[in-house]
Design a protein around this ligand. Structure first.
Ligand SMILES: [Zn+2]
Length: 508
């Protein structure tokens, strides 16, 4: 008899629905598995056979065919034992199907019939709305060891099972169990201690506020000890609160780096060391593995001492900084992974770090070579460039603590304004406005327009830089709750324009 069962597998970072078909026909006793590698098939066959006998079921002495309709067999590795076992039990009429229409099944089996946990179940959230709901799936059978993670899944009845016999009884309606209560995800805002510990640097803090409000890329330049690294690492507490859907997406991203998922979700913050390879930064390999830029999706990528990264490594960021995803290919396999992150870089201006102060001992040639490590093309993709000085002692003494709660509220309000403005668009942040829509969304007051045009001509600003400045000015106006961009916002944003580092600062 023929049976069909819905299961779930991991296709790269995403979970996908998979229909598994089982048919039992007269013939020599054997299990044939189609659409899966021989190594995986052998493991499934042996475990299912042993688990059947341990659970007290008789293994059908017939020809069993299991067909897995998956576009890439290499992706099927784990979680198949339980759906295959239930499929055989149904097809053999030992556990006549009661739930197969609307229930997905995932789980592995041990030889004694226990249902074994699988990885990354908590990251199925986006799959439920994209594929399961439209296929009519309303519940899921999961291993009892995954119960805590599975209860985080929205809009799905979660039924945990510990042994094969229990799963079979539940499957054919001889047993009913209480579905797990759903636990909603919560955003865990990172502590503001790092930001509160920074004395002085009001310009740096303001730039951080603007960048977090609109999701803009930011580069801090300055001598060692001026606080640029601290500022970069203080940014997570200022990022706006994600939406309900974004929380499920963040969960999926988090599952790439963490094994145990909990109710508390925060935005990812990735800060790779400058010795990282291009492969580890952008992803690749076989099977294709996500890199740091995908692990930082919907969060922050911090590149401390950006000029120290390997020659050419950072150049790989140019495309994802524009398109917000990365297209990877290895031999016959191609995959597009998300890479929608906010970049914060820090760098010195010369090898000794003291430039432009008189204490710098580097030659002009060495300074040029050092600054040349960050290409113009990359710098042009960074919306805010902020030159920081060492904090004067008077600023340290006259320090008044920052009102972080007020800044967080301002940023949240600015993010909400953007959300409302772009509700019919495919993007939701000012930094993501495409070139064709800049004019529509970044409207300037007439006085601001003449100031902007004058500055563009005077500083010979490229079209890309002009667009970046306008998008950043839009975020500053959102922070001030202004419909149109005024001269004040243009004057502020011009300070953040990417300068050829040496222009305007000459070695003494
Ligand atoms: Zn120097």
């Amino acid at each position: 008899m023929f049976q069909k069962i819905c299961t779930i597998y991991h296709d790269g970072i995403r979970a996908r629905r998979l229909d598994l078909e089982v048919d039992i026909l007269p013939g020599l006793p054997a299990i044939h598995m189609i659409g899966v590698s021989e190594t995986v098939a052998r493991g499934v066959r042996e475990r299912v056979h042993s688990a059947f006998l341990a659970a007290g079921f008789s293994f059908p002495a017939k020809r069993i065919t299991v067909n897995l309709r998956c576009p890439d067999a290499a992706r099927l590795k784990a979680g198949l034992d339980l759906p295959v076992a239930l499929g055989i039990l149904c097809a053999d009429l030992q556990a006549p199907s009661h739930r197969n229409i609307n229930t997905a099944v995932i789980g592995d089996l041990s030889l004694n019939g226990d249902v074994q946990s699988v990885q990354r179940i908590g990251s199925f959230g986006p799959l439920i709305h994209e594929e399961l709901t439209e296929a009519g799936i309303t519940s899921i059978l999961v291993p009892a060891g995954n119960a805590a993670e599975a209860s985080l899944l929205p809009d799905l009845e979660v039924l945990p099972v510990a042994i094969l016999a229990e799963a079979a009884a539940l499957w054919c309606g001889r047993l009913t169990i209480e579905p797990l209560p759903h636990i909603p995800l919560q955003y865990a805002r990172p502590s503001a201690d790092a930001l509160l510990s920074i004395r002085g640097q009001p310009a740096g803090k303001r730039a951080l506020t603007v960048a977090c409000a609109g999701g803009h890329n930011l580069l801090f330049l300055g001598p060692p000890g001026c606080g640029k690294t601290l500022l970069a690492h203080a940014a997570p507490c200022l990022l706006p609160v994600p939406s309900e859907d974004d929380l499920q997406h963040l969960m999926m991203i988090r599952a790439l780096s963490e094994t145990r998922l909990t109710q508390q979700v925060s935005r990812p913050v990735r800060a790779p060391h400058h010795s990282i390879t291009a492969h580890a930064l952008i992803g690749g390999g076989r099977p294709i593995q996500p890199g740091e830029i995908t692990r930082a999706d919907h969060g922050l990528l911090i590149l401390d001492e950006a000029a120290e990264f390997g020659t050419g490594v950072l150049e790989h960021l140019r495309t994802p900084l524009e398109s917000h995803h990365i297209h990877l290919r290895y031999l016959d396999r191609a995959e597009t992974l998300p890479a929608d992150f906010m970049l914060i870089g820090t760098t010195n201006l010369c090898p000794c770090g003291q430039f432009p102060s008189p204490a710098c001992s580097c030659s002009l040639q060495a300074i040029r070579r050092y600054q040349g490590r960050l290409s113009t093309a990359l710098i042009e993709r960074i919306d805010l460039c902020v030159l920081l000085d060492a904090v004067p002692e008077t600023d340290r003494q006259a320090y008044t603590p920052l009102d972080v709660a007020h800044i967080q509220e301002q940023i949240q309000l600015a993010a909400d304004r953007q959300e409302a403005r772009f509700r019919k668009e495919s993007f939701s942040r000012n930094s993501r406005i495409p070139p064709g829509k800049i004019e529509m969304y970044c409207k300037l007051q007439s006085s601001a327009e003449s100031l902007f045009l004058e500055a563009c001509a005077r500083f010979h600003l490229s079209l890309r830089t002009r667009h970046n400045l306008l998008k950043t000015a839009r975020s500053i106006a959102d922070l001030a709750d202004q419909e149109q961009i005024g001269t004040q916002q243009i004057a502020e944003v011009l300070q953040y324009r990417p300068k050829g580092f040496l222009s305007g600062v000459t070695p003494t």
